[in-house]
Design a protein around this ligand. Structure first.
Ligand code: MV4
Length: 449
């Protein structure tokens, strides 16, 4: 096992990783920007190194400074968390060439899965169902028209280098297809330096269901069942739950087996996520794979009892999985609310600032992953997450009532947060029936938000 790990991230996920290291008896090195001198991850780590200015480009994305910090502190491994450098294959490769273990999958797999066209081709060959669409990238308007005519409108245009809904465009007919393709290409070029696009049939009101994967470096791969992330706003997840109210045991088993096959096709190790869309007829389709630990990983931890971050670290240290698929059981129900410093009444505009009193909820079934403390200033330089509030219950109604209780208990003075919005979602009759899907917020929350 490692004796010292550098955590190349900030905020709640840096704190989460430091906690896992402490439980494993591993020393931690935090890195921080000049805006984060007073951050909780800096206080909790054994050592901390300033890696640059407040803008992420100068610090949390500053590869030479992070590698230097790891070398200087003789850290044996780097945990990238999510965001920033977590899915940067070049960074992962550079860690390895410096003799530092990157806590994540093989750099070539990061590269492969970052290319959504290549990822589709790879898993298709392994028999994984895809959303009907183009075979590979679409290179001309005429080709796009041919594909759209054969799969039928509406179609989604997606950026090969995108993912998570970034750079997606919808086209209802041949006329709007041309404009959608031109815009998608331009946006993808500007955002990712890569104009490659592909086409998918538009799935109406799908559910976004993702399977948590764990694999070791000996080729053992299991899944930790699913998360339902259908409640999104402009491709930002607001609330996630595990398990999904949509799946029965049979569908869970079939999707889980396919998710493991998709990961196996990539020789995957470490933690990862296979994302599916599920349509109204319970057909499921692979959309992409994420090669990092995700924001919403705690709900899977709550229902399986498996510590995903500790497993990631053990796997990176060369240990074999200690769980077999038959050891993984779902116990109860978990919901996560992402509490952001944003104004739901003002188009969810970020509202960073200095918190006054800060009192987190507790009691049965409640977990709070946060790096905020009283009088802490949330910086405008980074995302506006205040806390991930997770509620566990024996069943969905109990998880909902605990979440409602905990949201009301949370004291976050002097900040505008999304808590009132989350309470409205939990009170919504459609949500309570488990009806969450694309446009839920538009269609079901219109009057309130
Ligand atoms: C789609 C889709 C409909 N058809 N792809 C992909 C990433 C995710 N963040 C949103 N994505 C979607 N991809 C096809 N071919 C609709 C969405 C989508 C969505 C899906 C499930 C639940 C909520 C959603 C909200 C917006 C968009």
């Amino acid at each position: 096992m490692f004796s010292r790990i550098l955590v190349a991230n900030r905020g709640e996920i840096a704190v989460r990783i430091i906690r896992a290291c402490k439980e494993l008896g591993i020393e931690t090195v935090a890195v921080f920007s000049v805006a984060d001198r007073d951050s909780l991850h800096v206080k909790l780590a054994d050592q901390a190194v300033c890696i640059g200015g407040a803008p992420a480009k100068q610090s949390y994305l500053n590869i030479p400074n992070i590698i230097a910090a790891a070398n200087n502190t003789r850290a044996e491994a780097i945990h990238p968390g999510y965001g920033f450098l977590a899915e940067n294959a070049y960074f992962a490769e550079l860690c390895e060439t410096n003799g530092i273990k990157f806590i994540g999958p093989d750099p070539q797999v990061i590269e492969l899965m970052g290319d959504k066209v290549k990822a589709r081709e790879l898993v298709k060959a392994a028999g994984v169902p895809l959303v009907p669409g183009s075979d590979g990238a679409v290179t001309s308007f005429n080709e796009a028209v041919r594909v759209a005519d054969s799969i039928g409108y509406p179609v989604m245009i997606k950026a090969s280098a995108g993912g998570g809904g970034r750079g997606m465009r919808l086209a209802h007919n041949k006329v709007s297809l041309r404009e959608a393709i031109d815009t998608a290409r331009m946006e993808a070029g500007a955002a990712f330096g890569n104009e490659e696009i592909y086409l998918e049939k538009y799935i109406e009101e799908p559910r976004h269901i993702e399977f948590q994967i764990l694999g070791d470096e000996s080729g053992n791969i299991i899944h930790l069942t699913e998360r339902d992330c259908s409640l999104q706003r402009r491709n930002q997840k607001l609330l996630e739950e595990a398990p999904s109210s949509l799946l029965d045991e049979d569908l869970r088993h079939r999707m889980g087996s396919i998710a493991v096959e998709a990961a196996r096709a990539a020789n995957y190790y470490s933690a990862g996520t296979i994302e599916f869309l599920v349509d109204k007829n319970y057909n499921f389709y692979f959309i992409e794979m994420n090669t990092r630990v995700q924001v919403e990983h705690p709900i899977t931890e709550m229902v399986t009892g498996i510590d995903i971050v500790k497993e990631q670290i053990r796997i990176a240290a060369g240990e074999k999985l200690t769980y077999r698929q038959e050891d993984v059981k779902i116990n109860g129900w978990a919901i996560e609310c992402r509490i952001n410093a944003e104004d739901p009444l003002n188009d969810f505009r970020p509202a960073p600032g200095t918190v006054g009193q800060y009192l987190i909820p507790g009691g049965p079934g409640i977990r709070v992953d946060s790096s905020v403390y009283p009088n802490y200033t949330i910086s405008p330089y980074y995302d506006s997450m205040v806390a991930k509030l997770v509620a566990w219950g024996n069943d969905r109604p109990e998880a909902i009532s605990r979440m409602r209780r905990a949201l009301n208990e949370f004291i976050i003075e002097n900040l505008t947060t999304t808590i009132p919005f989350h309470l409205k979602v939990l009170d919504n009759a459609f949500f309570q029936k488990g009806e969450v899907y694309t446009n839920f917020i538009q269609r079901r929350m219109n009057n309130e938000f």
